[in-house]
Design a protein around this ligand. Structure first.
Ligand code: PNS
Length: 171
């Protein structure tokens, strides 16, 4: 008897402004769980991102190219509609701390209501990454702090270029 294996496509959605090593950890572990993992950047200019969608997609592609089953994309509108259009049955999200849980729970239940059958799978962030967020990384580097080891080297370079403070004016 032959066994039929249904390919499981998962979507890992987010702002990724920019990708951190915490995101990368979720991508790596997710790539081992699903047949295909689509990392997708939300197009939402209302959040006043530091990097454009194109820049974020490019950094993700460059960083995730070592994982053959991972694809990088972007989307707008409802995540549940996008998942349907991409034949995905799973939404992948990372949880760092209990403070993430409430918002994630609301999103997961809303997405399931909008698209019954769409399951959200949570991965607990590795303990080395549980304090990292894109917001904090930007704040620290903007104030002159060291962020090495928190983001991929390419992203660290881009952050330095983007947030380099102008040289002090001299008379
Ligand atoms: O990285 P973030 O900012 O925590 O990601 C949030 C994201 C992109 C997953 C969430 O804002 C989202 O899915 N937005 C799409 C709009 C949508 O579907 N909203 C209703 C259901 S939650």
């Amino acid at each position: 008897m032959t066994q039929k294996h249904n390919r499981v496509v998962a979507i890992y959605p987010g702002s990724f402004d920019p990708i951190t090593n915490g995101h990368l950890d979720v991508i790596e572990r997710g790539s081992r769980l699903f047949d295909r993992l689509i990392v997708s950047v939300l197009q939402n200019e209302a959040k006043a991102p530091l990097f454009s969608v194109e820049e974020r997609v490019e950094m993700l592609r460059e960083t995730a190219r070592i994982f053959p089953s991972v694809e990088v994309d972007c989307f707008q509108g409802l995540l549940a509609d996008y998942a349907l259009g991409r034949n995905a049955s799973v939404i992948l999200r990372g949880i760092r701390a209990i403070s993430d849980y409430e918002n994630e729970l609301q999103m997961a239940l809303m997405n399931r209501r909008l698209q019954p059958g769409l399951e959200t799978v949570f991965l607990l962030a590795g303990e080395t990454f549980s304090f990292i967020s894109s917001r904090l990384v930007k704040e620290v580097i903007g104030l002159g702090g060291n962020i090495s080891g928190l983001v991929p080297p390419l992203v660290e370079q881009r952050l330095h270029e983007r947030l380099r403070r102008p040289a002090a004016m001299t008379k």
